[in-house]
Design a protein. Structure first.
Length: 460
């Protein structure tokens, strides 16, 4: 047991002794014990007071009560006074079973070897419309109206009972058991509601133990269960290793609340980005869709609600600090950040990054997109084992077929237009044609004269 649990157990015992002991009550110590339980277990003070009242009522019934009695206690935390009341339910002839009905039930029980009157089985049957009259628990309407004329059937008649501090050992033990049991139930409810509110969120914890591949993580007030199906394939978990996990669901069980967590869920990416990127937490940058293959690669599509904010730059951070923090948390998993676009063709082209896309054709009926890329970009667009195009299809929600354009030197339509502008020549005018012919004729005459001079010199 940890020190905190020992302190709580000691305080529970102190509460019982203070309530049921013969030496009075030290309100200061009592308040300190309540504060300690509230702080350590996260149980509201009102719940602790309710538990104490139930314990006092149980102790009184153990020593002084009778079968079927309803005893309630009212505890004043400021003065330390305890008030005990007896509750009886007002009934009339329409609610109470007749003697004939009781005799018929008795015969039926004897025939099947049934229960004895006044047992738990009979008390459970009292939830029916007609009940067996018990003078300790019920009071007839005529008798009740002699005390209070305003009472009606099924109302409660409350009568004060003289409180006593002379409780026996068994009664004190009963009160202690009630306090411990009720506080455990209250703690369980508190933990369950706490982690139900944390569902769909990321929490931090420390690896506590590993059993048969399942990793148990200490989350503080509860243990997180990381199943094999929710683990990242490439990750190796060690005892004492700190992890951030995504809370999938919380379930109640006889052993306590079970918190199921995940490291492979796609939403862990969005939650980690919310923690690292203030713009996403503020809502100025929105994550539109996520595609993930845990441990290998992920793609996220982001957009900005304000014109002056760059969504990709906000997620990457200065020198990549923001995205690197998330990559390190996920064990080196590659993350592609893509700008979301309303135009389907542009969004699909962006999703295939880092490959350059030549053209995108969409078939709305078949929910299919045919993407044409240059031949040298084909392998990049498809990715290793088809990973890039597979993630792009998950991200966009379209079936994507990647095809190569004709020839390896194919260019996009925009580059074609630029090339035509550079290559095209102006058609020459008539004057320009005459000038060019004159220059050509002059050059031929000069060549002939040079040849004659060379031949004369050679002859001499």
């Amino acid at each position: 047991l940890s020190n905190g649990v020992l302190i709580i157990a000691a305080n529970q015992a102190a509460l019982t002794l203070a309530l049921l002991g013969n030496n009075g009550m030290d309100l200061k110590s009592f308040a300190l014990a309540m504060d300690q339980i509230t702080e350590e277990k996260g149980i509201p003070r009102e719940k602790i007071v309710e538990t104490i009242e139930m314990a006092i009522a149980a102790a009184y019934k153990k020593d002084f009560g009778r079968r079927g009695q309803i005893i309630r206690a009212e505890f004043n935390l400021e003065t330390g006074e305890v008030k005990l009341v007896r509750v009886r339910i007002v009934v009339d002839e329409s609610i109470v079973k007749t003697e004939e009905e009781l005799e018929a039930e008795a015969e039926e029980r004897e025939a099947r070897g049934g229960s004895v009157p006044g047992t738990r089985e009979e008390e459970e049957n009292e939830d029916e419309e007609r009940v067996r009259f018990n003078p300790e628990k019920h009071i007839m309407l005529a008798e009740a109206r002699e005390i209070d004329k305003k009472l009606k059937p099924e109302d409660e008649l409350i009568e004060e009972v003289e409180a006593t501090a002379d409780y026996g050992r068994i009664a004190a033990q009963t009160a202690k058991q009630v306090i411990i049991q009720r506080l455990r139930e209250a703690e369980r409810e508190s933990i369950l509601s706490d982690y139900q509110q944390k569902e769909d969120q990321v929490v931090s914890g420390i690896t506590q133990r590993i059993e048969g591949g399942t990793v148990f993580i200490d989350l503080g007030r509860a243990n997180g269960i990381l199943l094999v199906s929710e683990q990242v394939p490439n990750e190796h978990y060690r005892i004492g290793m700190r992890l951030q996990v995504y809370v999938l669901k919380t379930e109640d069980s006889p052993k306590g609340p079970l918190v199921f967590v995940s490291r492979a869920h796609p939403k862990i990416l969005s939650r980690l980005f919310e923690l690292e990127v203030p713009e996403i937490a503020a809502g100025t940058v929105v994550i539109k869709s996520i595609a993930r293959e845990p441990g290998f690669r992920s793609k996220i599509a982001v957009t900005s609600t304000e014109e002056n904010i760059d969504p990709i730059g906000s997620c990457v951070g200065q020198k990549g600090t923001r995205v690197l923090t998330i990559i390190n948390e996920l064990g080196g998993e590659k993350i592609d950040i893509i700008e979301w676009n309303e135009n389907k063709e542009k969004f699909i082209a962006n999703a295939l990054a880092p490959a350059k896309v030549f053209n995108v054709e969409i078939d709305e009926k078949a929910n299919k997109a045919i993407v044409v890329v240059p031949a040298d970009q084909l392998s990049l667009a498809i990715g290793k084992d088809g990973q890039n195009v597979r993630l792009a299809a998950k991200l966009t929600g379209w079936k994507i077929d990647v095809k190569s354009s004709e020839g390896s030197d194919a260019v996009s339509p925009e580059e074609k237009k630029k090339g035509e502008k550079k290559v095209t020549k102006k058609t020459p005018s008539k004057d320009e044609k005459k000038k060019t012919t004159k220059t050509k004729s002059k050059s031929t005459k000069d060549k002939k004269e040079d040849i004659k001079k060379i031949t004369k010199k050679a002859a001499s």
